[in-house]
Every structure is written in C-alpha cells, then in structure tokens.
Design a binder for this molecule. Sequence first.
Ligand code: HEM
Length: 500
Amino acid sequence: RSLGRDPVHARLPPGPKAIPVIGNVHQLPQTYQERTFAEWTRQFGDVVFARIFRRPVLVLGSLRAAQDLLEKKSGNYSDRPRLILLAELMGWDNVITHMGYGDRFRKHKRWMHDNFQTKAVLQGYQPIQRRETYTLLSGLLAHPADFLAHINRWSTGMIMEITYGHRIDSLADPYVKLAYDATSATVRAGSPGSMLVDFFPVLKNLPAWMPGAGFKRDALRVRGMVQAMMDTPYQMVRGAMASGTARPSFTASLLEETYGRNGPSAEEADDIKGAAGVIYAAGTETTSTVLSNFMLAMVLHPEAFRRAQDELDQVVGRSRLPDFEDRGNLPYLDCILREVLRWRCPVPLGIPHNVMEDDEYRGYHIPGQTMVVANMWKMTQDPTYYPDPQRFRPDRWLEMDRHVSEFADPRKIVFGFGRRACPGRDFAEASIWLAAASIVAVFDIGKATNQWGKEITPSGEYESGFVSQPKPFVCSIRPRSDSPYTAADLIAQARLALTI
Ligand code: HEM
C-alpha cells in the first residue's frame, strides 16, 4: 500500500489500493456488493481496510472478526455512521437504526427491548401471529399463484397491528400504502449518486434549486412522504385513545406513559413516531423475505420438504395445525429454518456500524470514525464451517459437531452483532416458524408445470439490495390430498380457537 511513511498509517489493515479523492469507490459495483467485499476478503484477509471517498471503511469477512470487534468491543463499535441523505435530508433521523450511540439511542433501545424482547410480551403477540398465519393459509388455499403477495400481507398485517393496533384487510390499506410508498421512495432516491452528500457533507447546503442539487429536491420530496408515514398512523392512535377505542399497541403504550405528564412533548412525539415507523421499515420486508426463501428452498428440495412433513405428521398428527408449544419438538424443521437463514442471508451487509475511538486489532491500527461493514453473507458462506456452502443442506446441522454448530449458528450472524443486534429477532423467528410449520402441515409444495406439463425449476437467484429477496418464481401449492381433514377444515377449526 502506498500510504506514505506515517507509522500509524503503515499499520492499517491490508486492502485494495485506493486512489486519491475517490478512494476505492471505482472498485465497488452498484449491485451485489457483498460479492466484491467477499473477493477482497479472499485477497486481503477477513479484516480489510478501504476508503469510500475520504471515509475509512473496515470490511469484516469472518464471524471471528465480527465477534472480536462488534461484540467483545461493543462499547466502541456500536455507533452508526452519520447518514446525511437518509437521516438529515430524508427525515429518518428519529429512528434507532440511524442514531449514534448516545442517550437517545439508549432510550429507543429500551423501548424495543421492552416491546420485543421479554417473554411475556412475545407471548402476548402470539394470537396476532396465529391470526395472520391463518389468513395466509386461507390466501394460499384460494389463490396459490399469488403466494408472494400473501406472504407480504402476512408480515405487514402482524407489524401494523402490533405497532398501531390497526388491522388491515389487504395490502391496499391506506396506512400500509403510506408506509410502503415512503420506504420504497427512500430506496429509490438513495441511489449511489445522491449518496455523495454523505461523503461530501458540504453538498447538503446547496440550495435545492441549484443545478446538481437534484438529489436534494428528491430527498425533500421523500421527506414529506416519510413524515406522512410516521405522522398519520400516530394521529390515528391518538384519536382512538381519546375516544377509548384504541387496541393495545406499541404506540399506545408509549403514549400512555406520557399521559401522566399531560401528554407527549413535541420531542417525545417525534421519538414515538420514529420508534413506531422503524418497526415497519425494519420488520416487514426482512421477515417476508425469509419466508419466501423458505418456500423457494422447499420447491428446490422436495426431499427436505417431505421429511419436514413426516416429522410434523408424527409429532403433531393430522387433526390440528401446529402451534408454538410444538416448536421444541420438531428438530428437522428447525434445521431447515436454520439452513434457510444461512443459505440466503436476508440482509447481506447488515447495517454499518461506526468505530468511536481509535483501536487496535491483531496489531493493526483502526482509526476512530471508521465505518464497519460486516459481510454477513460471506460469513454464512464460509466453507470452514459449512462445507459446500452454496448447497441447501439442512442435514449439515445434524452432522455438525455441537460446539461448531453453536458457534456457527446463522442466527448469531444474520441478525447482526453486539448492542446493535436486531431487537426483533425472536419475534421474527417465531412468526416465521409458525407460518412455515403450518404451511408444511396443510400443503404440498412443489414445482409448477408449464402448459406442456413440463416442470418449471426456479433459478434460485436473488435480487441485489439491502434485503436479499429471491427473484420472483412460480411454484405449485396444493392442499394435501391424502388428508383425513381438509385444509379448509383445519384452518376453520384453528380460527375458532382464536381469542382475537
Ligand atoms: C428475519 C427478519 C429480520 C432480519 C433478518 C433482521 C436483521 C437485522 C439486522 C442485520 C440488523 C442490523 C444489526 C446490526 O447493526 O448489527 C437489524 C437491526 C434492527 N432490526 Fe431487524 N431483522 C429482522 C426482523 C426485524 C423485526 C421483525 C423488527 C421489529 C420488530 C426488527 C427491528 C430492528 C431494529 C429496530 C433494528 C435496529 C437496531 C439498532 O440500530 O440498534 N427487525 N435487523
């Protein structure tokens, strides 16, 4: 590396050669960046130093390095980089994902913990998870070709009720539309070109009308949508609380805390709106993507699907749907779901962390204010722990040494690390489990056939993006024909037992 003779710089971790001004930007493609980062890890090691413009970036390519830095040194590695475009211009500044490591972050983290990480609260969500799962099953029974839309509705329905106490009838629901529009406009307006402002903050001050400031006009338009997404459902909950018709929800419980003090201050209102808004943004697409990946894996691997079905038939029987108390008794289904998380890491690069103070690791100097990207995708594809990593093979979890399978459990990777690890993981996993187990119990999943009766094999490819969704695919979803009870009977019977 030609980094001059400065002894501090000489000890930076290895990485691709940077060029003046733009650093390594020219080596970074706009899609599937996790693959380029993985290539850097192959060339330079599992701790790679690069620069995006002037900003130093550390790319972690092994679980060991991620644990050593992001977990063992969590106190120094739990900050987030300053995000000018997203947070300061588009108005996502009141959401925990973009907050620096400070008091406001701690307050939001406590809210997330209290509402998603205690056993009693998670149990309280089970009726909602059941109801949305039965709605999903009914949708799959009536219109199986639309399975990806049913899956979206399922994750959105749960999140909307938990966050705002609002029950949706379909994805055309006005509150869903506001949230969907704001989050997708954010992604569209966050093109790499407009992200330049993150690396040259001075651009932030360009007047919106100036040539070259198109990114700013776009960002301000998105800001309006983000405000509507956060404000409209918040006002709906306030209205419902005033008229005594509010259902229990995340937003209602936070508002209630403020009522002893004459209601929320402007600052508290902003915090509550952001805390609620992030649940939709962080929790819907991630969860539905994992269930879609499960469907894809089952279509491509009929032997694994049949084994899961046999296990369910033996443990749960055929006269009822599986429920949460069965979760510990279905080890093969657990292997499948673990393998789904590993095979298609849902958020390949996670959310970047930021180092606060200068640090040293393996004799290298890591400057403070370095952005840290954990290449979770690379970690889940590590052949040291997962031989033949591209293959979907649930049995690897039965064969693996217990210590290795504990260390290399993808659940310890794909939800992130340290104090920034995903607070929604237990909820997401429980939702995915119930939906997957119920689908296996009621349906036969397989390849769809074309008009000549020939089977259509999905490509198995995935889209590039923050969340790694499978490319749209077709499959056959049919109620099990040899069933003593029809799928419709089982769903109807389960619905009768619902308490909500
Ligand atoms: C399978 C589904 C999910 C996956 C794969 C996932 C993954 C992740 C990842 C990788 C991070 C970044 C962790 C880090 O920075 O180290 C994260 C953060 C976060 N997730 Fe999830 N997530 C999922 C579901 C959910 C759900 C259902 C919720 C809400 C209930 C949620 C709320 C959050 C929040 C609020 C953060 C930000 C935490 C922070 O910045 O401190 N996630 N998630």
